[in-house]
Ligand binder design. Structure first.
Ligand code: F6R
Length: 240
């Protein structure tokens, strides 16, 4: 794992965006795996600036998002589809028909989960996957558990995750308790992975990820088994 410790959130966002921009320049029809949450927002702003400045174009890029709440309407202000539109897609020259987010209203998660993974494969696989990390070490919504699921699936959020995400909702009771998420296998198939982490509240998860064990109780530890991972973090997340 390549570890890039940055002075602050702004530097982390700029350096991660630079890596994505390099890929988009080298492979204009690349497939990006994208994440939501607070962490990548600064990086998305940098990508929007680069697009506005004409440095990069997303017109041939395809994107697959990691996850979506379940059940939730795509037009709901807290849905991840809405988040992606507001924080990135509405501001860049991407073809929205090439942007995919798991269907938060699926009636058939098994079939749609398998179809989501198959579509990624058919598109040539994810060239670069962006990840955040939960305070409990989750990646996408693969929560700590005795076993992890390989493919895209419906999962229950842990109480910690519901607590952490309640900051975006009017009340804790409004936070969906389930999500439709890419699995660990789907994530590990990406050719390159960027994990972003900032703030002291991510330090414990980052320290655990960087120790010498791989455990399903901290799903991010599996990233040590991937050959091309960049960790972009700030000093607070790295040092505590
Ligand atoms: C979001 C996702 C989650 C977040 C994680 C960190 O698509 O998959 O795993 O990356 O919960 O969230 P923030 O960035 O809000 O701290």
């Amino acid at each position: 794992m390549k570890i890039i410790v940055c002075e602050n959130y702004a530097e982390m966002s700029a350096r991660a965006a630079e890596l994505i921009a390099e890929l988009v320049k080298a492979k204009p029809d690349c497939v990006l795996g994208l994440a939501t949450g607070s962490t990548p927002v600064g990086m998305y702003k940098e990508l929007i600036s680069k697009n506005e400045a004409g440095e990069i174009s997303f017109k041939d890029v395809t994107t697959y998002n990691l996850d979506e709440y379940y059940p939730i309407e795509p037009t709901h202000e807290q849905s991840y589809r809405y988040f992606m539109n507001v924080n990135l897609f509405d501001h860049i020259d991407i073809n929205k028909e090439k942007t995919f987010v798991p269907n938060g209203l699926t009636q058939n998660p098994e079939e749609e989960g398998a179809a989501y993974d198959a579509a990624i494969e058919a598109a040539g696989g994810v060239d670069l996957q962006v990840l955040g990390i939960g305070q409990n070490g989750h990646i996408a919504f693969n929560e700590p558990d005795d076993a992890l699921i390989a493919g895209t699936h419906i999962t229950s959020l842990t109480e910690d995750t519901i607590d952490a995400n309640s900051r975006f909702f009017a009340s804790r009771d409004d936070v969906p308790t389930r999500a439709f998420t890419m699995g660990i296998g789907s994530i590990m198939k990406a050719k390159k992975i960027i994990l972003l982490a900032n703030g002291k509240n991510k330090h414990a998860a980052i320290a655990k990820m960087l120790d010498d064990k791989i455990t399903t109780q901290c799903p991010a530890t599996i990233l040590k088994a991937h050959a091309d991972v960049y960790l972009f973090c700030d000093k607070d997340a790295y040092n505590g």
